[in-house]
Write a protein that binds this ligand. Structure first.
Ligand code: NAD
Length: 414
């Protein structure tokens, strides 16, 4: 079993040695500042009590409050949450946000719970942790299988406990309770800006570019739809049940794929497609691959078989450090997660700014600001990649570590 935290630490080690990072700063960044494990008793609809385990890892806050989503999944572990909180630290720093990194999770299969059970679980999580959360302390957001509705329940519980309005304590909220325009598709939109810049470097033009997307959830489905509108050919998509690929390798009609998934609970059996596995999707002969589901899907086992020229990592941690080496040697360009999916946290940051002002921007204003941040970071990281003759991931980490390292020093921690 691959440990996401071990992988995260291998990535840190590689970047630290590339840039010759100060040893004391390196030591500070090798562990989270605080890790919380809680048990959450929930009354189920049949009257019985089930006790769930939840985590919050507060990795680093030298640049600002801890920031990061909450994941509901049966495979959530402390190791995974710690890795994700480390990546959040790097992500916020690499795009220049005044935020630190955190992450949370609950071991649960949310599909097995009723809406009422899900609400009681979400409120219970906040009851256990609210003293450690807040707009100036730690600000959660959605992640895998958590939604704007769940954010609204959590906000309501928090405000009830502290006795005041605090919309900036959580992001990814519905618009009516202080969400930001554009937040729903901002992760995907940030990924689209990265893909556009990277494709230009490789001379790929939309009309002649085929793309496979693994994971047709929030991040993946929005990205597929935006790219399809821009003229790219999305030839394969997948969900937890399996993958589909266009029989003629022409672009799928994604609005219809989405309707099909809503109606049938999966993308499988969409007309004009062939069913393949999630693993086979990764090895298709496409120009661009977008992993948008879970971590560790590209490993040293399948990396030699990857045919894409470009990988845009919308998911967190989809490629292992061993696979990085193989992809780099094969000349495959990859835009790392901490840049490619930073659009989500960037608009989360805008959401908090708007909450603090109690004044809200239009979607156009949000996207204009988002594009500037992501495109600037892309080119800064590209320049570091060239300077150190390394891959984009290591360059993004170097960029982040320069900022976090300066913060650690400025605060006198080392
Ligand atoms: P989601 O719950 O909306 O969607 C997850 C998708 O992955 C679903 O389509 C699900 O069917 C699919 N899936 C689950 N298990 C799978 C498997 N074993 N193989 C293939 N597909 C599988 O989640 P999301 O918010 O879209 O998150 C997806 C990824 O993007 C995660 O790595 C998450 O950390 C990352 N991410 C999300 C955001 C965000 O704002 N939503 C921001 C940054 C990063």
């Amino acid at each position: 079993m691959v440990s996401p935290f071990d992988n995260a630490m291998k990535q840190l080690e590689k970047a630290a040695s590339t840039m010759n990072l100060n040893r004391d700063i390196y030591a500070v960044l090798q562990q989270p500042k605080r890790v919380l494990t809680v048990s959450i008793p929930v009354q189920m609809d049949d009257g019985s009590i089930r006790v769930f385990t939840g985590f919050r890892s507060q990795y680093n806050d030298v640049l600002g409050p801890f920031k990061g989503g909450i994941r509901y999944h049966h495979d959530v572990s402390l190791d995974e949450v710690k890795a994700l909180s480390f990546w959040m630290t790097m992500k916020c720093a690499t795009v220049g946000l005044p935020l630190g990194g955190g992450k949370g999770g609950i071991i649960v299969n949310p599909k097995e719970l009723s809406e009422g059970e899900l609400e009681r679980l979400s409120r219970g999580y906040v009851r256990q942790l609210y003293k450690y959360l807040g707009p100036t302390q730690d600000v959660p957001a959605p992640d895998v299988y958590t939604t704007p509705q769940i954010m609204a329940w959590m906000l309501d519980e928090y405000e009830t406990l502290v006795g005041e309005k605090a919309p900036g304590m959580i992001t990814g909220k519905p618009l009516v309770v202080g969400g930001s325009a554009g937040r729903g598709f901002s992760t995907a939109q940030g990924g689209v800006y990265c893909l556009r810049e990277a494709a230009a470097k490789l001379g790929l033009v939309p009309e002649h570019t085929t793309i496979a997307v693994q994971g047709f959830g929030n991040a993946g489905s929005f990205m597929a739809k935006i790219l399809s509108k821009a003229g790219y050919k999305i030839v394969a998509v997948s969900d937890s049940k399996g993958a589909i690929v266009s029989e003629t390798m022409s672009g799928l009609d994604l609005t219809r794929v989405e309707e099909h998934k809503t109606f049938n609970g999966s993308v499988l059996n969409f007309p004009g497609t062939k069913q393949i596995s999630n693993e086979e999707l990764l090895e298709l002969g496409v120009d661009i691959l977008i992993p948008a589901a879970l971590e560790n899907v590209i490993t040293e086992q399948n990396a030699p078989n990857i045919q894409a020229k470009l990988i845009v990592e919308l998911a967190n941690g989809p490629v292992t450090p061993e696979a990085d080496v193989i992809l780099h040697e094969k000349g495959i360009l990859f835009v790392p997660d901490i840049l490619a999916n930073a659009g989500g946290v960037t608009v989360s940051y805008f959401e908090q700014v708007q909450n603090a002002m109690n004044y809200y921007w239009t979607e156009e204003e949000v996207l204009e600001k988002l594009e500037k941040i992501i495109v600037t970071a892309f080119h800064e990281i590209w320049e570091i990649k060239e300077r150190y003759a390394t891959d984009m991931r290591t360059a993004a980490f170097v960029h982040a570590l320069e900022r976090v390292g300066e913060g650690v020093k400025a605060r006198g921690i080392v």
